[in-house]
Design a protein around this ligand. Structure first.
Ligand SMILES: [Zn+2]
Length: 80
């Protein structure tokens, strides 16, 4: 009997016995607080790396600016 690449109706289908992948469920109500937290944390980090200096400075002195100085240059924010 010659074999063909296309299964015929007479041949049993082995794929029916294979387990099907279960779709992943992502409940939005459980993910949303973490997504908001990540966005707020990212905004705070971007602020301290990119804008914590001069007139917009929240803390006195230059220690925050110096602490994030390499990150500022790495991300391309204007510095000096
Ligand atoms: Zn600099």
């Amino acid at each position: 009997m010659a074999q063909s690449a296309v299964p015929s109706a007479a041949q049993p289908r082995e794929s029916a016995a294979e387990p099907r992948p279960v779709p992943l469920r992502l409940p939005v109500r459980e993910v949303l607080p973490w997504a908001v937290f990540a966005v707020v944390l990212g905004a705070v980090l971007i602020y301290f790396v990119g804008a914590e200096q001069g007139a917009t400075s929240l803390f006195g002195g230059t220690w925050v600016h110096e602490f994030t100085h390499d990150g500022r240059h790495l991300l391309g924010f204007p510095c000096h």
